[in-house]
Design a protein around this ligand. Structure first.
Ligand code: GDP
Length: 210
């Protein structure tokens, strides 16, 4: 099944910092994507919506520290949160970043889910744990994704994924093992998204087992 099967159109809406600048999206459900720099966020977005240019928009100079909103098929909105953890970013920018993301995650009423990306070879840090806490506090679904599982041999994958899950206080089945290289996790991720955006009954995407 090709990636294109899933998404017919994905377009950049706008960038924003403050709530007054967030786009008007007619109440379409929104899914935010967060992760440390280099976790594989651009690769995941590219694979998910099958549009290389989209993630490129977020990495355009001037947009890397902003919230970038995209419309996907006119059915849901994707908000790409700026990558966290650039060592070279000055402290005051990090503070502003934290405030911008916290404000978005605590006030955006359209938000249905947070896709939280973590590298399979890293231990989740305070920041990731905080995002898990905010998700339950603000009442949207957390979709934890463990990236780059292809970097480990097949016997090491399951225990490594379980370790990341434990680090977040979650069970191993709650997290999705993902590889942008092999496409592992793509179907499961789409099923979770479809369930949240009310698409699963419309086009039969949920037919195959999890
Ligand atoms: P971002 O900074 O989070 O947007 O990360 P990118 O998507 O730009 O990926 C950072 C690096 O990791 C790039 O060299 C990617 O090719 C690589 N990468 C991303 N996802 C995967 C994956 O699933 N498997 C492997 N092996 N490499 C990946």
């Amino acid at each position: 099944m090709s990636d294109e099967h899933y998404v017919r159109s994905a377009t950049f809406i706008k960038s924003a910092v403050y709530p007054a600048d967030y786009p008007e999206t007619e109440g379409h459900p929104e899914i935010a994507v967060a992760g440390r720099s280099n976790v594989g966020k651009s690769s995941l977005i590219n694979k998910l919506v099958g549009r290389r240019r989209l993630a490129k928009v977020s990495s355009t100079p001037g947009r890397t520290q902003l919230l970038n909103f995209f419309d996907v098929d006119g059915t849901f909105v994707l908000c790409d949160l700026p990558g966290y953890g650039y060592a070279k970013v000055p402290a005051h920018i990090k503070r502003n970043w934290g405030k911008m993301v916290e404000t978005y995650l605590s006030t955006r009423s359209e938000l249905r889910a947070l896709l939280l990306l973590m590298d399979v070879r890293r231990t989740p840090g305070e920041w990731e744990k905080q995002l898990v806490g905010w998700s339950s506090m603000h009442g949207y679904t957390l979709i934890p994704v463990v990236t780059k599982v292809d970097k480990l041999g097949s016997s090491k994958r399951k225990p490594a994924i379980a370790k990341v899950a434990r680090g977040l206080g979650l069970g191993p089945k709650q997290v999705i093992g993902w590889s942008a290289v092999s496409g592992q996790g793509l179907d499961v991720l789409w099923r979770r998204i479809d369930r949240l955006t009310g698409q699963e009954e419309m086009d039969g995407r949920s037919d195959s087992p999890a």
